[in-house]
Design a protein around this ligand. Structure first.
Ligand SMILES: [Zn+2]
Length: 306
């Protein structure tokens, strides 16, 4: 009876700037109880969505972290295919403010008049700003440290209803259960009023997913990552390449693990692997001593949140 709706992230691409064979640039599909969101949209994302058999018209919002090509070059193709396939429902794109101009010039130059409303929302480069709220999630920002403004996102589930106590549920008439879940007392006639607190348990804690796109080691993020069940953090390099990581404003796998450990998140998911690593196992090996509950993302991987 305390069944929870699935809350999952599907990693469509796990490569860095120049993806190695078999890897694709960054894109993730996030699904929570009927809400469907795309996070970053590297080249070929629409093909990756087709490959997993997902109808991309269901996506309501797209979140773009920054304007390096491996994180957004698939966007125009996806916008265009949605149009050609007859989309009518609105699409909202949250991203750096320049994105409106980048998309706008391409639509104008091709005299494309979209059949659906396209809303462009500028994302501030700051932490803790509420970007979007719908009936499923609240999305807030993370100010990452990269060569150009780069913003990460925290997706926090809306708190669910009160839960009926298993030992009392049978004393509540079925047609009154929703009212009790919403906090009402149970009135069983003039003589008997049962206070809500005797019938219910608090809602399950809301689950949360955090997406740390391209970033140098950024302990400033830690306060915003507390309580996160699953943290995706880029891990472009091994420790041997720490100088290169610093110079390009990326992280080593060990630095990703330090962030996960210090924020006490539930689980860490690594991605954005440099093409110099044919297998990402070397990155996992460096992260796990610092934060054991670490996994590698992979193309088409589905990861449960909470
Ligand atoms: Zn980048």
């Amino acid at each position: 009876m305390h069944h929870r709706a699935p809350f999952t992230v599907t990693t469509l691409g796990t490569g860095a700037a120049l993806p190695a064979r078999g890897r694709y640039p960054t894109a993730q599909l996030l699904q929570v109880s009927g809400g469907t969101y795309l996070i970053d949209c590297g080249e070929g994302t629409q093909e990756r969505l087709r490959a997993i058999g997902f109808n991309f018209q269901r996506i309501s919002d797209i979140f773009i972290s920054h304007l390096h090509g491996d994180h957004f070059l698939g966007l125009m193709g996806l916008i265009s295919s949605m149009h050609l396939m007859g989309r009518q429902q609105p699409l909202t794109i949250h991203g750096p403010k320049e994105l409106q101009e980048i998309i706008g010039v391409q639509l104008r130059a091709s005299a494309t008049y979209l059949r659906y409303p396209l809303h462009m929302k500028a994302v501030p480069h700051a932490s803790g700003v509420v970007l979007m709220e719908d009936e499923h999630v609240v999305v807030t920002t993370l100010a990452l440290l990269h060569r150009i403004p780069c913003t990460g996102f925290v997706f926090r589930e809306r708190p669910g209803p009160l839960r009926l106590r298993p030992d009392r549920v049978h004393s509540i008439p079925k047609f009154r259960r929703n009212a009790v879940k919403s906090g009402e007392d149970l009135n069983l006639g003039e003589a008997e009023l049962i206070p809500n607190a005797e019938l219910t348990l608090p809602p399950l804690p809301p689950r949360a997913y955090a997406y740390c796109s391209d970033t140098a080691y950024a302990p400033s993020l830690i306060p915003y990552l507390r309580g996160v069940d699953l943290l995706y953090h880029e891990a472009t390099f091994t420790v041997a390449m720490a100088a290169r990581a610093k110079e390009t404003m990326h992280s080593t796998a060990e630095q990703a693990a330090l962030i996960a450990r210090d924020a006490a998140v539930g689980r860490l998911l690594l991605g954005h692997f440099s093409s110099r690593y044919k297998s990402a196992d070397v990155l996992l090996t460096e992260a796990r001593p610092v934060f054991p509950n670490t996994e590698l993302s992979y193309e088409g991987g589905v990861f449960h949140i909470g």
